[in-house]
Design a protein around this ligand. Structure first.
Ligand SMILES: [Mg+2]
Length: 390
């Protein structure tokens, strides 16, 4: 039966740009700004929900223009459909947007679930299971020289954060120096590594040997081999005696099942932007059923998408690693509401309905589609962009 007033009445796509405090460099390349797309979904009774697409070309090649056109196409198909049957809507979204449009899937799914839970008067975490009311995030150190990495680690310690994720994957000697510099700032830090498939198992094992010689203990190594090299992932875990997490190797349910069956990794890193909300949620349940550990992360996202991920992790429960720090990289977070708090805490206990974050309007238009952005965001002129940093 159709629920009165819960039909999807409008879906708007609003491309935006948020400047970063510094470039975000990983093994696959660097990002100099967050170019994303917000989705505003309105139900027939006037309830609004918000979602965010955060494509990151350096991670998986997705672009703002691709996300925008996918959102427009799939959003149109939802007009008049019942949001109360949200699971059916999310399944339609997966059919309409197969592989390669994870950011658009995430944005539309998030907006639909935000609208539906606002209408129902429930915090989004309750829809996911309501297991917990908060999660605690780490903070990332990117591919910085040792001095700069140590300075970043001191800032992280000052935030009260105890877990530091360090990007590696270009050169084992440089990486070992960076990790040692971070570890020296506070011996109590829990250290996670992420090679973003910049290394094969040989280099990853070399890095672990160098770190062991320096007395640095690694709690988790993310993607220490190419995405398709499941044997390599298993080898690093076995010979390096470290829990290994799949990130780039995990693109959806089939990978989650395959990685679990092959015992290739011990942790799955979920991201809404890789596969959308429903498939990420299903992967969490697959991991729980298979006895694998759970991690949640993101691309470069505002507090809207990060808070949505926090609701998923808190709602399902059992996430050992939470990596939702990217709002810290934004000069001005365009999201307003739930924030990355002291010690990395996402406190969702006071969210009464939905995600608990809305974008501040007007937005700084993104370059995905300048002409319609200006109209959609209600801004008259597009500000000049500073030249990208090298
Ligand atoms: Mg990763």
């Amino acid at each position: 039966m159709r629920s009165a007033g819960a039909g999807v009445a409008a879906v708007d796509a609003l491309p935006f740009r948020a400047e970063l405090t510094e470039s975000f460099e990983i093994a696959g390349g660097a990002a100099h700004a967050h170019e994303g797309v917000f989705v505003r979904l309105r139900l027939a009774d006037g309830t609004e929900g918000w979602g965010e697409a955060a494509p990151l070309a350096a991670f998986n090649g997705e672009t703002p223009a691709g996300a925008l056109s996918a959102i427009r196409r799939a959003g149109r198909a939802w007009l008049g459909r019942d949001a109360a049957a949200w699971r059916a809507r999310l399944e339609e979204l997966e059919e309409a947007l197969p592989r390669g449009a994870g950011a658009a899937r995430a944005a539309l799914g998030m907006a639909l679930l935000d609208a539906w839970t606002r209408r129902a008067g429930l915090p989004l975490r309750a829809l996911f299971g309501g297991a917990r009311t908060s999660v605690t995030s780490d903070v990332t150190v990117t591919l910085l020289p040792p001095d700069a990495a140590a300075a970043a680690a001191r800032r992280i310690r000052a935030l009260g954060v105890r877990t530091v994720k360090i990007k590696v994957g270009r050169d084992p000697a440089d990486d070992a120096a960076r990790v040692a510099a971070v570890a020296a700032v506070d011996p109590g830090f829990t250290l996670l590594l992420d090679a973003n498939q910049g290394y094969g198992p040989r280099e990853s094992l070399d890095l672990l040997r160098r770190l062991r010689a320096k007395g640095a203990r690694v709690a988790l190594f993310e993607q220490p081999a190419r995405a398709g090299d499941w044997d390599g992932l298993a080898r690093v875990g076995r010979l390096g005696r470290v829990p290994v997490a799949a990130d780039e190797s995990l693109r959806g349910r089939a990978d989650a099942l395959g990685l679990a069956r092959a015992r290739a990794v011990s942790v799955l890193n979920l991201k809404l932007m890789k596969m959308g909300v429903l498939e990420a949620w299903d992967c969490a349940l697959i991991a729980r059923a298979a006895g694998l550990g759970l991690m949640i992360g993101g691309m470069i996202e505002t507090s809207l998408a990060m808070a949505c991920a926090a609701h998923l992790a808190a709602g399902v429960g059992g996430f050992q690693v939470v990596d939702l720090d990217t709002p810290l990289w934004l000069k001005r977070d365009p999201g307003r509401g739930v924030r990355f708090g002291r010690g990395g805490l996402y406190d969702l206990s006071r969210v009464r309905a939905g995600i608990g974050v809305v974008p501040r309007l007007p937005l700084i238009p993104g370059r995905a589609d300048a002409s319609t952005t200006a109209a959609a965001a209600g801004t008259a002129r597009r500000p000049r962009r500073p030249p990208p940093r090298a």
